[in-house]
Design a protein around this ligand. Structure first.
Ligand SMILES: [Zn+2]
Length: 169
């Protein structure tokens, strides 16, 4: 089952991004090629080794796999493998959490997809020449900012958020 109900812990723009991703409306290179846009390469801009499909871009690229691994470890989840955007949108590991942490885990997964996309675009367009140095750290930072701004004061503890793994209770 896809958990596509709106996530209240993150900005609307991220929810809209997820909605588009769910519907496959995404300008990765194979999709642009399919609709007849002429590109000089179809290879993934990150590894330059494999054709950039949706699943490759968001899940299968070796660098992205490492990001997911660190995100799962951060939340104390082991032995989770994801192979497609669908797998990720299914919120793997969600049943390990209760209450507020279910909502937060969903927010973290959605934030991760968003940061992966921002990083991919910076690699292609090199906006301001500013690359994201550590995608995992960026996920921690963004999700903290977003979730804490939408929670009661001091509800999200900075030390715990960045200390990890996240407590399950
Ligand atoms: Zn790649």
């Amino acid at each position: 089952m896809i958990h596509l109900e709106w996530c209240k812990s993150i900005p609307k723009k991220v929810c809209v991004f997820i909605w588009r991703l769910y519907h496959g409306r995404f300008p990765v290179r194979t999709i642009l090629d399919d609709i007849g846009i002429d590109l000089h390469t179809l290879l993934c801009p990150s590894c330059n080794d494999v054709i950039e499909t949706l699943n490759h871009c968001f899940v299968l690229c070796p660098k992205v796999q490492l990001v997911w691994k660190r995100v799962f470890e951060w939340w104390g989840l082991e032995n989770i493998d994801v192979f497609s955007v669908q797998d990720v949108l299914n919120l793997p590991g969600i049943n390990s959490f209760n209450g507020i942490n279910r909502e937060r885990w969903k927010a973290v997964i959605w934030s991760t997809l968003y940061v992966i996309w921002c990083n991919r675009n910076q690699m292609i367009f090199r906006r301001n020449g500013s690359m994201i140095p550590d995608v995992f750290k960026e996920v921690q930072l963004r999700s903290f900012e977003w979730i804490s701004a939408r929670s009661k004061k001091d509800e999200v503890k900075q030390e715990e958020w960045f200390g990890g793994p996240i407590d399950r209770v």
